[in-house]
Design a protein around this ligand. Structure first.
Ligand SMILES: NC(=O)c1ccc[n+]([C@@H]2O[C@H](COP(=O)([O-])OP(=O)(O)OC[C@H]3O[C@@H](n4cnc5c(N)ncnc54)[C@H](OP(=O)(O)O)[C@@H]3O)[C@@H](O)[C@H]2O)c1
Length: 459
């Protein structure tokens, strides 16, 4: 079947840095059909030639654009002009008389969402219930529960839920997808993924870079809304969920929602921070209280995980870029009898920048003495597949094309994650949680160690 992808915001960072390279790679690998057509929508007075000149001048990593040139056509459109959508509809209908998969990708800020959604519907580019036509929305999906609900009600006015794809690109990452395989396809974890065997769980998304030029968005959002509401809560839900009825999208989503409904956190554990120098960043108000760091201890009150702390940590301008999940298991029941320096088993799922998985075990030191050492069973997926690791957006575009929705966020997940974030935000205000100004991550990790007795420094 033919595929037509229409990208709104075709001159933006997301399109140039992520979407076009992903589409290019899918075409190269014949994973998208050769007759795929891309409409690059923009407000600038470009034609296709000028558009490619613009892309070429703005590429961070150069690659051959000749394949894309065969598929991409620039189309100038005013987002609030219905006539432009009608012309686009005539063009799209003229391309193919056969059933065609039509994806409308909104790579634009949330302020344009209403106009575009309304005009896509009014122009009949997307008819409610037509399963061949779908609309893709990027995060952020709202800025709190009320605004997210408002957006969602608007979308449901024009589209069926089955036509709506809400992207959290973390879900397209290789190791995020692998969480379910590790959990459910390995007998050794089947009986140990619970509060009898797991001592604590750490979920980290560390960034070493500051905010760069994203002041407009970031200062309104902050780390809680930017990272915890989406990536960290999705990671937590995948780790904390029950065995799904099946691995179909609906069953997976239902189990993730159950985790989010049972989620609570200890407000005494909450640490919010702002890196020193944030107020000097371009376009940041000099009195901004926006947090660039968050740490909190949460609990999932299900029989499986009741009592197990889930530590969530994310921040900017930290010592390194790293996203991972660490599952620390309890001491073995024989630990006391050994009189040797044993350590707890730790399963680490590395998400970025490297993709991999490792398991720390206690093992006898080779030789005649009775000594024990810790060894890592280590598998670095991205090391073994250098250059061949698919980008998250490749997987997501492919799944959109194939109508697979399990890596996209359902409304119930968004609703429950905003409920959680709104609660934390309210606590910050009501309980006057102080904003720690940090020069280095060590100051934050020392504070966590002092309060919670948990090490983050060498993770
Ligand atoms: N960049 C990423 O890696 C990333 C990752 C995750 C999520 N997102 C989300 O994706 C969305 C787009 O992000 P981005 O980084 O690509 O933003 P961006 O670089 O600011 O690009 C925004 C795009 O929207 C267009 N636009 C802005 N105002 C418009 C208007 N009034 N009428 C028509 N077009 C308009 C811009 O056109 P002009 O070029 O003509 O201004 C540009 O093409 C945002 O919601 C963002 O939060 C981005």
């Amino acid at each position: 079947m033919k595929t037509i992808i229409t990208i709104f915001g075709s001159t933006g960072d997301l399109t140039i840095r992520k979407l076009l390279p992903a589409i290019n790679h899918l075409l190269e690998e014949n994973l998208l059909p050769d007759n795929t057509k891309i409409f690059a929508i923009g407000r600038r007075d470009y034609n296709t030639e000028k558009y490619f000149e613009f892309i070429s001048n703005n590429l961070q990593t150069k690659y051959d654009l000749s394949r894309l040139r065969r598929h991409v056509e620039y189309f100038k459109l005013d987002v609030d002009n219905l006539k432009d959508y009608q012309i686009l509809n005539t063009m799209i209908s003229g391309i193919s008389k056969e059933p065609t998969r039509r994806i409308f990708y909104l790579a634009v800020g949330p302020d344009l969402l209403k106009d575009i959604a309304e005009n896509l519907s009014k122009s009949n580019l997307v008819i409610k219930g037509d399963t061949q036509a779908s609309v893709t929305f990027e995060k952020p999906f709202g800025e709190d529960l009320n605004s997210a609900t408002e957006i969602n009600n608007l979308l449901w006015q024009y589209f069926d839920e089955s036509q709506i794809y809400r992207i959290d690109h973390y879900l397209g990452k290789e190791m995020i997808q692998n969480i379910l395989t590790v959990r459910f396809a390995n007998k050794i974890f089947e009986n140990s993924w619970n509060n009898h065997a797991v001592k604590s769980i750490r979920l980290l998304v560390k960034e070493n870079e500051p905010i760069f030029s994203r002041a407009g968005y970031y200062d309104k959002s902050g780390a809680l809304k930017d990272m915890v509401q989406s990536h960290l809560l999705q990671m937590l839900a995948l780790v904390g969920m029950e065995v799904p009825l099946s691995y179909q999208s609906e069953d997976l989503k239902n189990e993730k929602v159950e985790v989010l409904k049972k989620l609570r956190y200890d407000s005494k554990s909450l640490i919010i921070g702002q890196y020193e120098g944030y107020l000097d960043e371009l376009n940041i108000p000099s009195d901004s209280k926006t947090e660039t760091f968050v740490f909190l201890k949460a609990f999932v009150d299900t029989p499986r995980f009741k009592g197990v702390p889930f530590y969530l940590l994310t921040g900017k301008a930290l010592e390194k870029k790293e996203s991972l999940i660490e599952i620390e298991f309890e001491e073995s029941s024989q630990q006391q009898k050994w009189h040797l320096p044993l350590q707890n088993n730790i399963l680490t799922i590395q998400i970025a920048p490297l993709d991999g998985i490792s398991l720390r075990l206690n093992s006898k030191v080779p030789g005649l003495k009775d000594e024990v050492e810790q060894v890592e069973l280590d598998y670095c997926i991205s090391c073994d597949h250098v250059g061949n690791m698919p980008e998250a957006y490749e997987k997501l575009i492919l799944d959109m094309n194939g109508h697979h929705k399990s890596l996209f966020t359902g409304w119930d997940e968004i609703l429950n994650s905003w409920k959680f974030i709104d609660q934390v935000k309210t606590d910050i205000e009501r309980k006057n949680i102080p904003l720690t100004i940090y020069k280095s991550s060590k100051e934050l990790y020392d504070l966590i160690l002092e309060r919670e007795g948990v090490h983050f420094e060498n993770i």
